[in-house]
Design a protein around this ligand. Structure first.
Ligand code: FAD
Length: 309
């Protein structure tokens, strides 16, 4: 069995694996896709100490760093079920989609999350060419330009307030008749001069010139199609943690995030979690890597406290 089995090879999982291997632990890493969401990213300018990089470059660097160590990388595999140890200190089982079952003294779940997509024409075609999902990441790329935000919940309104300080103008489109964000956020939103809020505005199409976004079309409450010119569309209709396979095994919150304490411990003794799949606030690469290191060190602490058998 492994001392530590890490599920997911994004920034959180890669970091957890390196920390485990550096402790001399027998470490396994289930890696269906090195880099995770980082692979879907174009420019990255906020991974501190790396002035500028790209998603594919950073993903390759994560993989190269992992491969420096004696880590058993189980490639092209996904976990489908967790069987927690029958008693604290026992072995956990992890079933893979291939049918194999791996055993480990500690498990770290780092399966990340994915952004809910609008599912409209142009969204895929212009991803990273004007279609964005993360205002902290991509906001500065639109300095002085007009953008739109799709989604009127807390994240859409937060993104609009954030972007209004950087871009020339933000149009917020909410499908329903009312914004769903907290009142304090709405008060702040309506105090901003360079924001237009459109309700009953269903985004139906993202348009571009072949290389980048130039605008979008929405269906208004009047039933007619309307067009606005924007350089960017920030889609803010939900970040979904990849945790469906854990339902019923451990405590998840209403959003499906794995509930972790300040050490990355889950509700199952010996099972830890890190990164975007968890309740850790702010979903960022630098945060996920730190979180992976923290969960790994916590699992190590757990291991050294196991009774001598
Ligand atoms: P992830 O990166 O989501 O990795 C999780 C991994 O686990 C994936 O490989 C996934 O396939 C795998 N997995 C899922 N389920 C299973 C399973 N059952 N079994 C095995 N493996 C599984 N952050 C920044 O800091 N700066 C940026 O510029 C930036 N830009 C972004 C741009 C885009 C388009 C997106 C989508 C995100 C961006 N982010 C950015 C956010 C950042 O990518 C995430 O916060 C970070 O990747 C989270 O790391 P993670 O390891 O927790 O999860």
């Amino acid at each position: 069995p492994f001392d530590m089995l890490i599920i997911g090879s994004g920034p959180a999982g890669a970091s957890a694996a390196i920390y485990a291997a550096r402790k001399g632990l027998r470490t396994g890493l289930i890696a269906d896709r090195f880099g995770g969401q980082v692979m879907d990213t174009e420019g990255i300018e906020n991974f501190i100490s790396v002035i500028e990089t790209t998603g594919p470059k950073l993903s390759a660097a994560l993989e190269a760093h992992v491969r420096q160590y004696d880590i058993d990388v189980i490639s092209s595999q996904r976990a489908k079920e967790l069987f927690p140890a029958a008693q604290p200190g026992g072995l956990h089982g992890v079933a893979l989609e291939s049918g194999a079952i791996l055993h480990a003294r500690t498990v770290i779940i780092a399966t990340g999350a994915h952004w809910r997509h609008l599912g409209v024409p142009g969204e895929e075609e212009y991803r990273n060419k004007g279609v964005a999902y993360c205002p902290h990441c991509d906001g500065p790329f639109y300095k002085g330009k007009p953008v739109a935000v799709a989604g009127g919940g807390n994240s859409g309104v937060e993104a609009t307030i954030d972007l209004a300080g950087i871009v020339s103008h933000v149009t917020l489109l909410q499908r329903g008749s009312k914004l769903k964000a907290d009142k304090v956020l709405q008060d702040k939103l309506y105090s901003l001069k360079n924001v237009t809020v459109l309700t009953e505005a269903l985004t139906t199409d993202i348009e571009g010139n072949g290389t980048k976004v130039t605008g979008l079309t929405y269906r208004g409450g009047d039933g007619a199609d309307h067009h606005i010119n924007v350089d960017g569309v920030f889609v803010q209709i939900g970040l979904l943690p990849n945790t469906d396979w854990l339902r019923g095994t451990m405590k998840l919150n209403d959003f499906g995030e794995i509930v972790v304490d300040s050490h990355g411990a889950t509700s199952v003794p010996g099972v830890f979690a890190a990164g975007d799949a968890t309740t850790t606030p702010f979903k960022q690469i630098v945060i996920a890597t730190g979180d992976g290191a923290k969960a790994s060190l916590s699992a190590f602490d757990y291991l050294i406290r196991m009774p001598v058998s």
